[in-house]
Ligand binder design. Structure first.
Ligand SMILES: C[S@@+](CC[C@H](N)C(=O)[O-])C[C@H]1O[C@@H](n2cnc3c(N)ncnc32)[C@H](O)[C@@H]1O
Length: 361
């Protein structure tokens, strides 16, 4: 893997450190991945969920890192140890003016799965800062999703004494979300957390689900993921030996195949465009089941959205093997990401044609 530069000409010598945000529980996996993929980066400061690296080769202002375990990344500016929230606000105002940033993203390195951890120190510190920031009558948008190519000042809570300032130009979709976490409001009657995960996976992958799109999901009970697909107007084939929540099983657009993935007759999936999998089994088991289904003559999936559960963190080393295996089935465009709303697992998007997505980046 190489570092891609989108604006070759605007390389600046002042850019000497970058920051990377990740799930704090995946810090070591993220470090290992960076070491292998980008040996020219030297580790510098690190705390769980927040890493900085010295850049030893020229890199454009806008850069992309291809990493499964990084949520977001950008240029590191400076540490801040403010005595008050208002002091930090004036540092933020100075930095946004210097950078020409239109957005401020305030986030904490200790966000584990989504949003702020309730009642945590970082939550309180961020709330205090946001109140102070919103008092300013500035046009800078705070914790909003950006559009492509907008400049963002990142304000990262590190610990009780320290914040970090950084910045980035929003390129890929997750770069547009504060801290690389899409702001998603859980519906009141959320059936399972998989609702949030599938929502994030669809945003990240760009897989288009419209009215009437036919999807199948292996491992669909109790039905949070189906809930999101149904909201978008999909017709869903739910494959799971376990029961679905009644609101899902009674839905007119749901067919429940109460069986294991490998027992599903191929003809039952002949109209399916997108195949999802979220079974709580080892990655090889999920891939064996999916391979059996994609290799049939009666199935014609345009793409796959698979959760691979890591029962052992060592499995992360096999990601490249999993990707090659999926590519060998004819899905040439494959991307992986540890989602913010997922757990010890990664999400794999695989497409036959890259153009099947909603966007082209
Ligand atoms: C994490 S839960 C799935 C959550 C679900 N996607 C949702 O949206 O609520 C894992 C599910 O995988 C199912 N499962 C395990 N092995 C399976 C298999 N071989 N085929 C189909 N489902 C399986 C389990 O019964 C369980 O309901």
């Amino acid at each position: 893997m190489t570092i891609k530069s989108a604006e070759e000409e605007s390389v600046s010598n002042a850019r000497s450190f970058l920051f990377i945000g990740c799930n704090p529980r995946s810090q070591n996996l993220c470090k290992q991945e960076i070491e292998q993929a980008y040996p020219a980066l030297s580790p510098s400061f690190s705390r769980p969920g927040f890493l900085t690296y010295k850049v030893n080769q020229p890199l454009a202002d806008r850069f992309e890192l291809s990493l499964t375990f990084a949520r977001t990344f950008g240029w590191s500016l400076q540490q801040s140890q403010p005595e008050s929230a208002s002091q930090l606000v004036s540092e933020i105002e100075t930095a946004t003016a210097q950078l020409g940033a239109t957005h401020v993203h305030v986030w904490a390195r200790d966000w584990v799965d989504h949003s702020l951890e309730e009642g945590s120190e970082s939550e309180q510190a961020i709330e205090t800062l946001l109140v102070e920031l919103r008092k300013q009558k500035s046009k800078i948008k705070i914790n909003a999703v950006t559009r492509a190519d907008e400049r963002v000042l990142d304000v990262i809570w590190v610990d009780s004494e320290r914040w970090w300032l950084g910045w980035h130009i929003a390129g890929s979709i997750p770069q547009r979300w504060p801290g690389g976490v899409p702001p998603i409001q859980a519906p009141e009657s959320m059936i399972s957390r998989a609702y949030l995960k599938t929502r994030e996976a669809l945003l990240w992958s760009g897989i288009p689900i419209n009215k009437g799109t036919v999807c199948a999901e292996i491992g669909s009970a109790p039905g949070g993921s189906c809930q999101r697909l149904l909201e978008l107007g999909a017709k869903v084939i739910a494959i799971d030996p376990a029961d679905l929540a009644s609101t899902i099983s009674k839905h007119a657009d749901v067919t429940h195949l109460k069986m294991r993935g490998r027992d599903v007759p191929h003809r039952a999936l002949s109209q399916v465009t997108w195949l999802l999998a979220d079974s709580n089994v080892a990655p090889t088991h999920t891939l064996d089941t999916v391979e059996e289904l994609v290799s049939g003559k009666q199935t014609h999936f345009r793409g796959l959205l698979l959760t691979l559960k890591f029962t052992d963190p060592k499995m992360a080393r096999e990601i490249d093997v999993f990707i090659e295996r999926i590519k060998s089935w004819g899905f040439r465009f494959v991307k992986t990401r540890q989602l913010a709303y997922g757990r010890q697992e990664i999400c794999v998007m695989a497409l036959k044609q890259k153009s099947a997505r909603r966007f082209s980046s």
